[in-house]
Design a protein around this ligand. Structure first.
Ligand SMILES: [Fe+2]
Length: 259
């Protein structure tokens, strides 16, 4: 039902056809990548460690982007949208610890930050204050890339024997049914009466988000440097706090919402 209602909201909004095209392109490219991955004999535990590691570094501090979007004077007369991003920031803030905790359940460490993730941060850190809708466009692609034609291939990629309830919390949390962020973002944006310039930024940010996310996904799914130039190329990042990961439980997410 949620998916259907989103499609209606999206199609009724003028100026968003390009955005929809980018989401579909991202889903198709992600599906193609996963089809190759599912057919390969690459070590699925290793790639899962790489996936959760890049997600840890990508999503740590994510609340700062969304607080900065909320703080933009472009939202001075869009207070409903401002509140949406403030709430979004709170909801996402601790998710990097879920990724770390899933790795800990597998007795695996968070790997160093991939260079691709550092590039994402250095770019979006620079543009978010001045052009917040670039970052919003990227978020819309990230929140929707696993749906559509990609969906069955994502499910197949997650069918390995070693995966269970205790080590897939990050993935389960981000499934559409659990947390329909993709739909919520689209709904919030399409109701916000954005200017043409802001919609242009949204569409450009979506394309940039697609490019960078697919490179990060490639980093995770293709660990052999013979196939993947950046497979072993890392960048400095805040030190991983193992004690913080060990202390974390899923109850912390609800406890924060109530405090
Ligand atoms: Fe999240």
């Amino acid at each position: 039902m949620i998916l259907q209602s989103t499609v209606i909201v999206w199609e009724n909004a003028s100026g968003f056809t390009r955005m929809q095209d980018t989401i579909k392109e991202a889903q198709q490219r992600f599906a193609d990548m996963l089809i190759a991955f599912n057919a390969s004999d690459v070590d699925k535990r290793q790639t899962y460690q790489r996936y959760l590691s890049f997600q840890y570094h990508l999503t740590r501090g994510v609340q700062q982007y969304f607080m900065r979007i909320a703080a933009s004077d472009k939202l001075a007369r869009k207070r409903k949208l401002r509140k949406f991003f403030y709430d979004f920031a709170n909801e996402e803030e601790l998710h990097y610890l879920v990724a770390g905790s899933d790795l800990a359940a597998l007795k695996m460490k968070v790997l160093p930050q991939p260079f691709e993730v550092a590039l994402w941060h250095s770019y979006f850190d620079r543009v978010t204050d001045e052009r917040p809708f670039l970052r919003v466009g990227a978020a819309i692609v990230l929140e929707n890339i696993s749906d559509g034609v990609a969906r069955p291939h994502v499910k197949q990629a997650l069918s390995s024997d070693f995966l269970d309830r205790g080590n897939t919390k990050f993935l389960v949390l981000h499934q559409h049914e659990t947390l329909p962020h993709g739909d919520q973002l689209i709904e919030a944006i399409t109701q916000a009466d954005l200017s043409d310039a802001d919609i242009d930024d949204l569409c450009l940010g979506a394309q940039q988000g697609m490019v960078m996310y697919l490179r990060m996904a490639q980093w995770a799914l293709s660990p052999d440097p013979a196939d993947n130039l950046g497979a072993n190329v890392y960048a400095p990042a805040r030190a991983v706090d193992e004690a913080e990961i060990d202390r974390f439980t899923m109850r912390d997410l609800a406890a924060v919402e109530d405090s």
